[in-house]
Design a protein around this ligand. Structure first.
Ligand code: NDP
Length: 395
Protein backbone atom coordinates (compact mmCIF):
# COMPACT_ATOMS: atom_id res chain seq x y z
CA UNK A 1 0.00 0.00 0.00
CA UNK A 2 1.28 3.48 -0.83
CA UNK A 3 2.03 5.91 2.02
CA UNK A 4 -1.01 7.86 0.89
CA UNK A 5 -3.23 4.96 1.94
CA UNK A 6 -4.35 4.57 -1.65
CA UNK A 7 -4.02 1.18 -3.29
CA UNK A 8 -1.58 1.14 -6.20
CA UNK A 9 -2.97 -0.66 -9.24
CA UNK A 10 -1.69 -1.49 -12.72
CA UNK A 11 -4.09 -2.64 -15.40
CA UNK A 12 -2.58 -4.81 -18.12
CA UNK A 13 -4.96 -4.87 -21.08
CA UNK A 14 -6.84 -1.78 -19.89
CA UNK A 15 -8.35 -1.13 -23.33
CA UNK A 16 -10.12 -4.49 -23.48
CA UNK A 17 -13.46 -5.59 -22.13
CA UNK A 18 -12.08 -6.57 -18.70
CA UNK A 19 -9.80 -3.52 -18.64
CA UNK A 20 -12.65 -1.09 -19.29
CA UNK A 21 -14.78 -2.78 -16.63
CA UNK A 22 -11.84 -2.63 -14.22
CA UNK A 23 -11.53 1.13 -14.63
CA UNK A 24 -15.28 1.42 -14.07
CA UNK A 25 -14.92 -0.56 -10.83
CA UNK A 26 -11.93 1.56 -9.79
CA UNK A 27 -14.15 4.62 -10.21
CA UNK A 28 -16.99 3.02 -8.30
CA UNK A 29 -14.61 2.21 -5.45
CA UNK A 30 -13.48 5.81 -5.09
CA UNK A 31 -11.35 6.56 -8.15
CA UNK A 32 -8.27 8.66 -7.44
CA UNK A 33 -9.14 8.93 -3.77
CA UNK A 34 -8.84 5.17 -3.36
CA UNK A 35 -6.38 4.15 -6.08
CA UNK A 36 -3.11 5.31 -7.58
CA UNK A 37 -3.03 3.99 -11.14
CA UNK A 38 0.58 3.03 -11.72
CA UNK A 39 0.30 1.78 -15.33
CA UNK A 40 -2.23 1.07 -18.03
CA UNK A 41 -1.38 -1.00 -21.10
CA UNK A 42 -2.95 -1.74 -24.47
CA UNK A 43 -2.05 -2.80 -27.96
CA UNK A 44 -3.70 -1.20 -30.99
CA UNK A 45 -6.31 1.06 -29.41
CA UNK A 46 -4.09 4.08 -28.80
CA UNK A 47 -6.90 6.63 -28.52
CA UNK A 48 -8.63 4.74 -25.72
CA UNK A 49 -5.34 4.00 -23.94
CA UNK A 50 -4.43 7.69 -23.96
CA UNK A 51 -7.87 8.70 -22.71
CA UNK A 52 -7.74 6.10 -19.94
CA UNK A 53 -4.28 7.27 -18.88
CA UNK A 54 -5.45 10.89 -18.71
CA UNK A 55 -8.70 10.26 -16.86
CA UNK A 56 -7.26 7.74 -14.38
CA UNK A 57 -4.11 9.77 -13.69
CA UNK A 58 -1.91 6.84 -14.66
CA UNK A 59 1.82 7.39 -14.36
CA UNK A 60 2.71 5.17 -17.31
CA UNK A 61 0.88 4.22 -20.51
CA UNK A 62 2.43 1.39 -22.50
CA UNK A 63 1.40 -0.15 -25.80
CA UNK A 64 2.61 -3.58 -26.86
CA UNK A 65 2.84 -2.43 -30.47
CA UNK A 66 6.02 -0.45 -31.15
CA UNK A 67 4.40 1.04 -34.25
CA UNK A 68 1.90 2.78 -31.97
CA UNK A 69 4.54 4.60 -29.92
CA UNK A 70 4.52 7.87 -31.87
CA UNK A 71 0.72 8.08 -31.88
CA UNK A 72 0.55 7.39 -28.14
CA UNK A 73 3.27 9.94 -27.43
CA UNK A 74 1.38 12.54 -29.45
CA UNK A 75 -1.93 11.71 -27.80
CA UNK A 76 -0.37 12.25 -24.38
CA UNK A 77 1.67 15.33 -25.30
CA UNK A 78 1.46 18.03 -22.66
CA UNK A 79 0.92 15.57 -19.81
CA UNK A 80 3.56 14.13 -17.50
CA UNK A 81 2.40 10.59 -18.26
CA UNK A 82 5.31 8.38 -19.24
CA UNK A 83 4.91 6.63 -22.59
CA UNK A 84 6.47 3.33 -23.65
CA UNK A 85 6.03 0.69 -26.34
CA UNK A 86 6.98 -2.88 -27.11
CA UNK A 87 6.93 -6.21 -25.34
CA UNK A 88 9.67 -5.18 -22.92
CA UNK A 89 7.72 -2.04 -22.08
CA UNK A 90 4.79 -4.17 -21.00
CA UNK A 91 7.04 -6.22 -18.75
CA UNK A 92 8.42 -2.98 -17.32
CA UNK A 93 4.87 -1.68 -16.75
CA UNK A 94 3.97 -4.91 -14.97
CA UNK A 95 7.10 -4.70 -12.83
CA UNK A 96 6.34 -1.25 -11.42
CA UNK A 97 5.46 -1.09 -7.74
CA UNK A 98 1.72 -1.75 -7.81
CA UNK A 99 -0.01 -3.49 -4.91
CA UNK A 100 -2.38 -5.24 -7.28
CA UNK A 101 -2.08 -5.96 -10.99
CA UNK A 102 -5.12 -6.70 -13.11
CA UNK A 103 -3.92 -9.25 -15.69
CA UNK A 104 -6.34 -8.71 -18.57
CA UNK A 105 -4.24 -8.99 -21.72
CA UNK A 106 -5.80 -11.48 -24.11
CA UNK A 107 -3.94 -14.66 -25.02
CA UNK A 108 -0.43 -15.91 -24.34
CA UNK A 109 0.90 -12.37 -24.83
CA UNK A 110 -0.23 -11.83 -21.24
CA UNK A 111 2.05 -14.47 -19.77
CA UNK A 112 5.42 -12.66 -19.63
CA UNK A 113 4.09 -9.37 -18.16
CA UNK A 114 1.87 -11.15 -15.62
CA UNK A 115 4.77 -13.35 -14.61
CA UNK A 116 6.90 -10.26 -14.03
CA UNK A 117 4.22 -8.80 -11.77
CA UNK A 118 3.93 -12.10 -9.89
CA UNK A 119 7.69 -12.34 -9.36
CA UNK A 120 7.74 -8.83 -7.94
CA UNK A 121 5.18 -9.85 -5.36
CA UNK A 122 2.10 -7.94 -6.47
CA UNK A 123 -1.33 -9.41 -5.84
CA UNK A 124 -2.51 -10.75 -9.19
CA UNK A 125 -6.14 -10.29 -10.16
CA UNK A 126 -6.11 -12.90 -12.88
CA UNK A 127 -8.40 -12.62 -15.89
CA UNK A 128 -5.81 -13.95 -18.34
CA UNK A 129 -6.43 -17.69 -18.02
CA UNK A 130 -3.72 -18.43 -20.57
CA UNK A 131 -1.09 -17.87 -17.83
CA UNK A 132 -2.36 -20.96 -16.05
CA UNK A 133 -3.16 -23.01 -19.14
CA UNK A 134 0.26 -22.46 -20.70
CA UNK A 135 2.45 -22.68 -17.63
CA UNK A 136 0.24 -23.56 -14.65
CA UNK A 137 2.70 -25.09 -12.18
CA UNK A 138 5.44 -22.59 -12.98
CA UNK A 139 3.09 -19.61 -12.77
CA UNK A 140 1.56 -20.68 -9.44
CA UNK A 141 5.08 -21.25 -8.08
CA UNK A 142 6.19 -17.79 -9.24
CA UNK A 143 3.24 -16.18 -7.45
CA UNK A 144 3.99 -18.14 -4.26
CA UNK A 145 7.67 -17.22 -4.37
CA UNK A 146 6.86 -13.58 -5.07
CA UNK A 147 4.62 -13.51 -2.01
CA UNK A 148 1.54 -11.95 -3.61
CA UNK A 149 -1.96 -13.42 -3.75
CA UNK A 150 -3.55 -14.97 -6.81
CA UNK A 151 -7.19 -13.93 -7.03
CA UNK A 152 -9.26 -15.20 -9.94
CA UNK A 153 -11.32 -12.81 -12.04
CA UNK A 154 -12.84 -15.28 -14.47
CA UNK A 155 -16.44 -15.37 -13.20
CA UNK A 156 -16.47 -19.17 -12.81
CA UNK A 157 -13.23 -19.26 -10.87
CA UNK A 158 -14.19 -16.25 -8.80
CA UNK A 159 -17.37 -18.14 -7.90
CA UNK A 160 -15.40 -21.23 -6.87
CA UNK A 161 -12.93 -19.09 -4.93
CA UNK A 162 -15.89 -17.58 -3.06
CA UNK A 163 -17.46 -21.00 -2.39
CA UNK A 164 -14.30 -22.63 -1.07
CA UNK A 165 -14.43 -22.67 2.70
CA UNK A 166 -11.29 -22.01 4.70
CA UNK A 167 -9.49 -25.16 5.82
CA UNK A 168 -11.94 -27.45 4.04
CA UNK A 169 -9.93 -28.29 0.94
CA UNK A 170 -9.79 -31.93 2.05
CA UNK A 171 -13.61 -32.03 2.06
CA UNK A 172 -14.00 -30.82 -1.54
CA UNK A 173 -15.42 -33.57 -3.71
CA UNK A 174 -15.84 -31.72 -6.98
CA UNK A 175 -15.94 -28.33 -8.55
CA UNK A 176 -18.65 -27.66 -11.08
CA UNK A 177 -17.95 -25.10 -13.78
CA UNK A 178 -21.08 -23.70 -15.36
CA UNK A 179 -21.16 -22.92 -19.08
CA UNK A 180 -23.81 -20.93 -20.90
CA UNK A 181 -23.44 -23.22 -23.93
CA UNK A 182 -22.87 -20.15 -26.12
CA UNK A 183 -24.84 -19.18 -29.22
CA UNK A 184 -24.67 -22.70 -30.73
CA UNK A 185 -25.92 -24.61 -27.69
CA UNK A 186 -28.76 -26.18 -29.64
CA UNK A 187 -27.13 -26.23 -33.08
CA UNK A 188 -26.07 -29.36 -34.98
CA UNK A 189 -22.48 -29.82 -36.18
CA UNK A 190 -23.73 -29.36 -39.75
CA UNK A 191 -25.17 -25.94 -38.83
CA UNK A 192 -21.97 -24.92 -37.02
CA UNK A 193 -19.73 -25.95 -39.92
CA UNK A 194 -20.51 -22.89 -42.03
CA UNK A 195 -20.69 -20.08 -39.46
CA UNK A 196 -18.58 -16.92 -39.70
CA UNK A 197 -16.81 -15.13 -36.86
CA UNK A 198 -19.52 -12.44 -36.81
CA UNK A 199 -22.16 -15.06 -36.07
CA UNK A 200 -20.00 -16.96 -33.58
CA UNK A 201 -19.11 -13.88 -31.54
CA UNK A 202 -22.72 -13.11 -30.53
CA UNK A 203 -22.82 -14.39 -26.96
CA UNK A 204 -26.31 -14.80 -25.47
CA UNK A 205 -25.50 -13.49 -21.95
CA UNK A 206 -22.07 -11.87 -21.61
CA UNK A 207 -20.50 -8.90 -23.37
CA UNK A 208 -16.82 -9.82 -23.85
CA UNK A 209 -13.78 -9.49 -26.11
CA UNK A 210 -13.66 -11.27 -29.48
CA UNK A 211 -11.45 -14.21 -28.52
CA UNK A 212 -13.40 -15.26 -25.45
CA UNK A 213 -16.70 -14.78 -27.30
CA UNK A 214 -15.64 -17.15 -30.08
CA UNK A 215 -14.20 -19.44 -27.41
CA UNK A 216 -17.59 -19.52 -25.73
CA UNK A 217 -19.23 -20.55 -28.99
CA UNK A 218 -16.75 -23.41 -29.53
CA UNK A 219 -16.52 -24.09 -25.77
CA UNK A 220 -12.75 -23.76 -26.04
CA UNK A 221 -13.10 -21.09 -23.40
CA UNK A 222 -14.58 -23.69 -21.04
CA UNK A 223 -11.77 -26.06 -22.00
CA UNK A 224 -9.20 -23.44 -20.97
CA UNK A 225 -11.17 -22.84 -17.78
CA UNK A 226 -11.02 -26.53 -16.85
CA UNK A 227 -7.23 -26.39 -16.96
CA UNK A 228 -7.22 -23.02 -15.21
CA UNK A 229 -9.33 -24.57 -12.41
CA UNK A 230 -6.93 -27.45 -11.93
CA UNK A 231 -4.04 -25.10 -11.28
CA UNK A 232 -5.94 -22.53 -9.24
CA UNK A 233 -7.63 -24.98 -6.91
CA UNK A 234 -5.19 -27.89 -6.94
CA UNK A 235 -7.83 -30.53 -7.73
CA UNK A 236 -7.56 -33.74 -9.74
CA UNK A 237 -8.91 -33.75 -13.31
CA UNK A 238 -11.73 -36.11 -12.34
CA UNK A 239 -12.94 -33.60 -9.73
CA UNK A 240 -13.68 -31.02 -12.43
CA UNK A 241 -17.18 -31.11 -13.93
CA UNK A 242 -18.81 -28.92 -16.54
CA UNK A 243 -22.56 -28.33 -16.63
CA UNK A 244 -24.40 -26.27 -19.22
CA UNK A 245 -26.54 -23.62 -17.54
CA UNK A 246 -27.96 -21.31 -20.21
CA UNK A 247 -28.96 -18.42 -17.92
CA UNK A 248 -25.37 -17.87 -16.59
CA UNK A 249 -26.80 -16.95 -13.19
CA UNK A 250 -24.99 -19.62 -11.20
CA UNK A 251 -21.39 -18.76 -11.97
CA UNK A 252 -20.02 -22.06 -10.63
CA UNK A 253 -20.24 -24.38 -7.63
CA UNK A 254 -18.25 -26.45 -5.17
CA UNK A 255 -19.52 -29.87 -4.04
CA UNK A 256 -18.40 -31.14 -0.63
CA UNK A 257 -18.14 -34.67 0.75
CA UNK A 258 -21.24 -34.23 2.92
CA UNK A 259 -23.35 -33.78 -0.22
CA UNK A 260 -23.61 -29.98 0.16
CA UNK A 261 -23.12 -27.86 -2.92
CA UNK A 262 -22.23 -24.18 -2.53
CA UNK A 263 -22.96 -21.89 -5.46
CA UNK A 264 -22.28 -18.24 -6.21
CA UNK A 265 -25.02 -16.45 -8.13
CA UNK A 266 -25.34 -13.05 -9.72
CA UNK A 267 -26.34 -11.23 -12.88
CA UNK A 268 -23.86 -11.83 -15.70
CA UNK A 269 -21.65 -8.77 -15.11
CA UNK A 270 -17.88 -9.08 -14.82
CA UNK A 271 -17.71 -6.08 -12.52
CA UNK A 272 -18.81 -8.23 -9.57
CA UNK A 273 -15.85 -10.60 -9.99
CA UNK A 274 -13.49 -7.68 -10.70
CA UNK A 275 -14.68 -5.78 -7.63
CA UNK A 276 -14.28 -8.86 -5.48
CA UNK A 277 -10.73 -9.42 -6.75
CA UNK A 278 -9.74 -5.79 -6.16
CA UNK A 279 -11.27 -5.60 -2.68
CA UNK A 280 -10.69 -9.15 -1.40
CA UNK A 281 -11.38 -10.14 1.32
CA UNK A 282 -13.83 -7.23 1.63
CA UNK A 283 -17.05 -7.18 -0.41
CA UNK A 284 -17.27 -3.77 -2.01
CA UNK A 285 -20.39 -1.68 -2.65
CA UNK A 286 -21.05 -2.02 -6.39
CA UNK A 287 -23.59 -0.49 -8.66
CA UNK A 288 -24.51 -3.60 -10.68
CA UNK A 289 -27.89 -5.11 -11.45
CA UNK A 290 -29.36 -7.26 -8.67
CA UNK A 291 -30.87 -10.66 -9.29
CA UNK A 292 -34.65 -10.65 -9.36
CA UNK A 293 -35.56 -14.24 -8.56
CA UNK A 294 -39.26 -13.86 -9.32
CA UNK A 295 -38.44 -12.50 -12.77
CA UNK A 296 -35.84 -15.20 -13.28
CA UNK A 297 -38.36 -17.92 -12.38
CA UNK A 298 -36.19 -20.88 -13.36
CA UNK A 299 -32.67 -22.16 -13.75
CA UNK A 300 -31.93 -24.80 -16.36
CA UNK A 301 -29.12 -27.33 -16.63
CA UNK A 302 -28.02 -29.87 -19.21
CA UNK A 303 -25.04 -32.14 -19.70
CA UNK A 304 -22.46 -30.80 -22.17
CA UNK A 305 -22.23 -32.54 -25.54
CA UNK A 306 -18.58 -33.41 -26.20
CA UNK A 307 -19.36 -34.58 -29.73
CA UNK A 308 -20.67 -31.20 -30.86
CA UNK A 309 -18.16 -29.41 -28.61
CA UNK A 310 -14.96 -31.49 -28.75
CA UNK A 311 -12.94 -28.79 -26.96
CA UNK A 312 -14.16 -30.19 -23.63
CA UNK A 313 -12.85 -33.63 -24.52
CA UNK A 314 -9.53 -32.08 -25.55
CA UNK A 315 -9.22 -30.32 -22.20
CA UNK A 316 -9.79 -33.60 -20.41
CA UNK A 317 -7.13 -35.22 -22.62
CA UNK A 318 -4.71 -32.38 -21.85
CA UNK A 319 -5.37 -32.76 -18.12
CA UNK A 320 -4.87 -36.52 -18.24
CA UNK A 321 -1.72 -36.34 -20.35
CA UNK A 322 -0.23 -33.48 -18.33
CA UNK A 323 3.18 -32.13 -19.39
CA UNK A 324 2.88 -29.25 -21.83
CA UNK A 325 -0.38 -30.45 -23.38
CA UNK A 326 -2.29 -27.48 -21.93
CA UNK A 327 0.18 -25.05 -23.50
CA UNK A 328 -0.03 -26.96 -26.77
CA UNK A 329 -3.82 -26.95 -26.84
CA UNK A 330 -3.92 -23.26 -26.00
CA UNK A 331 -1.34 -22.25 -28.61
CA UNK A 332 -2.92 -24.34 -31.38
CA UNK A 333 -6.33 -22.94 -30.50
CA UNK A 334 -5.04 -19.36 -30.54
CA UNK A 335 -3.58 -19.79 -34.02
CA UNK A 336 -6.73 -21.56 -35.24
CA UNK A 337 -8.90 -18.82 -33.75
CA UNK A 338 -7.05 -16.17 -35.79
CA UNK A 339 -7.32 -18.32 -38.94
CA UNK A 340 -11.06 -18.77 -38.34
CA UNK A 341 -11.56 -15.02 -37.86
CA UNK A 342 -9.71 -14.42 -41.15
CA UNK A 343 -12.02 -16.89 -42.90
CA UNK A 344 -9.16 -19.28 -43.65
CA UNK A 345 -10.64 -22.29 -41.84
CA UNK A 346 -14.12 -23.31 -40.72
CA UNK A 347 -15.48 -23.16 -37.18
CA UNK A 348 -15.20 -26.91 -36.56
CA UNK A 349 -11.66 -27.07 -37.88
CA UNK A 350 -10.36 -25.16 -34.86
CA UNK A 351 -10.82 -28.26 -32.68
CA UNK A 352 -9.50 -30.58 -35.41
CA UNK A 353 -6.27 -28.60 -35.57
CA UNK A 354 -5.85 -28.39 -31.81
CA UNK A 355 -6.39 -32.14 -31.48
CA UNK A 356 -3.94 -32.96 -34.25
CA UNK A 357 -1.21 -30.76 -32.76
CA UNK A 358 -1.82 -32.19 -29.28
CA UNK A 359 -1.49 -35.75 -30.63
CA UNK A 360 1.65 -34.86 -32.60
CA UNK A 361 3.29 -33.36 -29.51
CA UNK A 362 2.21 -36.02 -27.03
CA UNK A 363 5.82 -37.02 -26.35
CA UNK A 364 6.78 -33.60 -24.96
CA UNK A 365 7.38 -33.79 -21.20
CA UNK A 366 6.59 -31.28 -18.48
CA UNK A 367 8.14 -27.82 -18.70
CA UNK A 368 10.99 -27.51 -16.23
CA UNK A 369 11.31 -23.79 -16.92
CA UNK A 370 9.40 -20.96 -18.54
CA UNK A 371 11.70 -21.30 -21.53
CA UNK A 372 10.43 -24.88 -21.98
CA UNK A 373 6.83 -23.66 -21.79
CA UNK A 374 7.51 -20.91 -24.34
CA UNK A 375 9.30 -23.41 -26.62
CA UNK A 376 6.32 -25.81 -26.53
CA UNK A 377 4.00 -22.91 -27.21
CA UNK A 378 6.09 -21.79 -30.21
CA UNK A 379 6.32 -25.30 -31.62
CA UNK A 380 2.56 -25.82 -31.31
CA UNK A 381 1.95 -22.53 -33.11
CA UNK A 382 4.29 -23.56 -35.91
CA UNK A 383 2.58 -26.92 -36.33
CA UNK A 384 -0.90 -25.38 -36.18
CA UNK A 385 0.17 -22.89 -38.87
CA UNK A 386 1.32 -25.73 -41.11
CA UNK A 387 -1.95 -27.62 -40.66
CA UNK A 388 -3.96 -24.51 -41.46
CA UNK A 389 -1.95 -23.97 -44.65
CA UNK A 390 -2.54 -27.62 -45.64
CA UNK A 391 -6.27 -27.28 -45.06
CA UNK A 392 -6.37 -24.10 -47.13
CA UNK A 393 -4.59 -25.82 -50.00
CA UNK A 394 -6.98 -28.77 -49.81
CA UNK A 395 -10.08 -26.52 -49.80
P1 NDP B 1 -10.18 -7.99 -25.19
O1 NDP B 1 -9.87 -8.53 -26.53
O2 NDP B 1 -11.42 -7.19 -25.02
O3 NDP B 1 -8.94 -7.09 -24.67
C1 NDP B 1 -7.66 -7.58 -24.70
C2 NDP B 1 -6.65 -6.58 -24.17
O4 NDP B 1 -5.34 -7.08 -24.49
C3 NDP B 1 -6.73 -5.21 -24.83
O5 NDP B 1 -6.27 -4.25 -23.92
C4 NDP B 1 -5.76 -5.34 -26.00
O6 NDP B 1 -5.26 -4.09 -26.46
C5 NDP B 1 -4.66 -6.14 -25.34
N1 NDP B 1 -3.85 -6.89 -26.29
C6 NDP B 1 -4.24 -7.49 -27.44
N2 NDP B 1 -3.20 -8.09 -28.05
C7 NDP B 1 -2.12 -7.83 -27.26
C8 NDP B 1 -0.73 -8.16 -27.35
N3 NDP B 1 -0.25 -8.88 -28.38
N4 NDP B 1 0.09 -7.75 -26.38
C9 NDP B 1 -0.37 -7.03 -25.34
N5 NDP B 1 -1.66 -6.65 -25.20
C10 NDP B 1 -2.53 -7.07 -26.16
O7 NDP B 1 -10.14 -9.22 -24.18
P2 NDP B 1 -11.01 -9.47 -22.86
O8 NDP B 1 -10.96 -8.25 -21.99
O9 NDP B 1 -12.31 -10.05 -23.23
O10 NDP B 1 -10.20 -10.66 -22.19
C11 NDP B 1 -8.94 -10.45 -21.57
C12 NDP B 1 -8.56 -11.71 -20.83
O11 NDP B 1 -9.53 -11.92 -19.79
C13 NDP B 1 -8.59 -12.98 -21.68
O12 NDP B 1 -7.59 -13.84 -21.26
C14 NDP B 1 -9.96 -13.58 -21.38
O13 NDP B 1 -9.99 -14.98 -21.55
C15 NDP B 1 -10.13 -13.20 -19.93
N6 NDP B 1 -11.51 -13.09 -19.50
C16 NDP B 1 -12.36 -12.21 -20.10
C17 NDP B 1 -13.69 -12.10 -19.71
C18 NDP B 1 -14.61 -11.09 -20.31
O14 NDP B 1 -15.75 -10.97 -19.85
N7 NDP B 1 -14.21 -10.34 -21.32
C19 NDP B 1 -14.23 -12.99 -18.67
C20 NDP B 1 -13.23 -13.84 -18.08
C21 NDP B 1 -11.93 -13.89 -18.49
P3 NDP B 1 -6.02 -3.22 -27.64
O15 NDP B 1 -7.48 -3.29 -27.32
O16 NDP B 1 -5.46 -1.87 -27.43
O17 NDP B 1 -5.66 -3.81 -28.94
Amino acid sequence: MAETGRRRISILGSTGSIGVNTLDVVNQLGGREAFDVVAVTGNANVALLAEQARTSGAKLAATADEKCYAALKEALAGTDIEVAAGREALIEAASRDADVVMAAIVGTAGLAPTLAAAKRGADIALANKECLVSAGELFVKAVAEGGGRLIPVDSEHSAIFQCLEDNQHHAVERIVLTASGGPFRTWSREQMAGVTADVARAHPNWSMGLKISIGSASMFNKALEMIEAKHLFNVAPEQIEVIVHPQSVIHSMVGYRDGSVLAQLGCPDMRTAIGYALSYPERPQLNVERLDFAKLARLDFEAPDEVRFPALRLARTALERGGVQGAVMNAAEEISFHAFCEGRIGFLQMADIAEQVMDDMVGYGAAASMDDAFAADAEARRRAGELIAQKEMAA
